[in-house]
Design a protein around this ligand. Structure first.
Ligand SMILES: Cc1cc2nc3c(=O)[nH]c(=O)nc-3n(C[C@H](O)[C@H](O)[C@H](O)COP(=O)(O)OP(=O)(O)OC[C@H]3O[C@@H](n4cnc5c(N)ncnc54)[C@H](O)[C@@H]3O)c2cc1C
Length: 397
């Protein structure tokens, strides 16, 4: 694996840097902090995604005939890294960009690609991932939401849960059971569902961070055109697995730079905080912990390069994505714990509280990190995948 950038990649990186330096909205952190309405907040970010798209930077590695840039995966990585390095706002259509788009590129028909991909890139249509159900999370294939073919459309009935951004979504990549009489993995189908269809109900769930990122989705006799099947009927398990592999392989790219930025900020704060009458950075235990974190963030960066190197060689993400998923999720929990130790009780103050560091960002980060080892497949499931598919150990179920 060669980690040096080619002259073409360096030129690309410089072009991204130059574009970001003049286009990131000025003072966007303050502007967003002052917006309290969740939808208005989302619309601000959606306008940013549109600007990125119009600047020609959305879908770097997606085919150009569907609105992408047709560039290499490495250039996609560079773009993500530069966005994080420049402190740019995140793109709100992340589930469409990271999961649904790559799934449609791999399994969709040309008509589906033409219809959906450009609007995913521009942020005009926001997507959610309707996989988990009350009795089907880790064991996704146990899902019970059913779809029955009736002439030229399916009729969908059932419930999904933990659907991130369900409240903001125009479309849902929904996994349903189309054949209850075959082994559970063989009777699933992936459907593209318009969230404004009659019979779709979205109920937000409040999290301990105070946000309502998650939702429950209810489907009651929802009609979905048969042409909205992705891949083929009863081949949904393979399509859904493709989506999950992308989720594991790509989510780490953006977070590693965010972690580095958070780490640098914590170091800066630690220099100014007193612990036993001297700067926290002079406390031998805190110093050890910060140094360990620094090393782990670097390991994470190198692992991410390895995951991308594998995709470059084979064209598809491999089970190694599970290494990265375990690593970034558990690292963030360790890091947020250390941040609380460094910041002391003030680290627990929330947004708007006088004296809160960085307007309560640290207490938010600590609480949100708990979900990292559950979302995109729990740590136990990632270890199960590595044990079985990489080490060849017997399955536990
Ligand atoms: C922040 C966040 C965002 C999410 N966003 C979405 C989304 O947008 N769309 C969506 O569909 N879902 C989403 N989810 C749901 C997520 O995918 C599930 O929570 C996850 O797959 C676990 O399923 P579960 O909650 O049903 O737990 P369960 O599967 O019931 O697991 C409970 C516990 O048992 C362990 N366990 C289960 N099976 C095994 C096994 N075979 N071996 C060892 N241990 C096992 C698990 O690791 C876990 O600790 C999100 C979750 C979070 C936290």
């Amino acid at each position: 694996m060669d980690l040096n950038l080619t002259p073409q990649e360096l030129a690309f990186r410089d072009a991204v840097r130059a574009w970001l330096s003049v286009n990131i909205p000025k003072d966007w952190v303050k502007t967003l902090a002052a917006i309290h309405d969740q939808r208005e907040h989302f619309e601000f970010l959606r306008a940013w995604q549109r600007k990125v798209y119009e600047g020609g930077w959305a879908g770097i590695s997606w085919p150009s005939e569907f609105g992408g840039r047709g560039a290499t995966l490495m250039e996609q990585v560079l773009f993500t890294e530069e966005m994080a390095r420049a402190g740019a706002p995140h793109l709100p259509g992340i589930l469409g960009l990271a999961l649904v788009g790559p799934t449609l590129i791999a399994y969709g028909t040309d008509a589906q690609k033409r219809r959906y991909l450009p609007k995913i890139l521009s942020g005009e249509e926001i997507w959610c991932q309707g996989f988990s159900e009350p009795n089907a999370g880790s064991d996704l294939a146990a899902l019970r939401t059913e779809a029955r073919l009736d002439g030229d459309h399916f009729v969908v009935n059932g419930q999904k849960v933990w659907t991130s951004y369900g409240w903001a979504s125009d479309w849902c990549q929904l996994v349903v059971r189309t054949d209850p009489d075959v082994p559970k993995h063989k009777g699933l189908t992936v459907l593209l569902v318009d969230m404004r269809s009659p019979g779709v109900k979205v109920r937000p769930l409040r999290q301990m961070t105070g946000e309502t990122e998650f939702n429950e989705l209810f489907f009651e006799n929802v009609a979905v055109p048969a042409e909205n099947v992705v891949g083929s009927v009863n081949n949904g398990w393979n399509v859904a697995l493709g989506t999950l592999m992308h989720e594991r392989a790509t989510l780490g790219a953006g977070v590693q730079i965010t972690y580095k930025r958070n780490f640098d900020r914590l170091l800066e704060l630690a220099r100014g905080i007193e612990r036993n009458g001297r700067p926290a950075t002079e406390d031998p235990i805190i110093r050890q912990k910060l140094a360990q974190c620094y090393a782990e963030i670097e390991i994470m960066r190198l692992n991410q390069m390895r995951a991308y190197s594998r995709i470059n060689q084979t064209g598809v993400p491999g089970p190694e994505g599970s290494i990265q998923k375990i690593f970034w999720s558990e690292l963030n929990q360790r890091f947020q714990q250390i941040a609380q130790e460094v910041l002391g009780p003030y680290g627990q103050l929330t947004k708007g509280a006088p004296g809160a560091f960085d307007d309560g960002q640290w207490s938010y980060n600590y609480l949100r990190a708990r979900g990292n080892t559950i979302e995109a497949g729990t740590s136990e499931i990632q270890r199960l995948i590595l044990g079985h598919f990489v080490l060849g150990l017997p399955k536990s179920y």
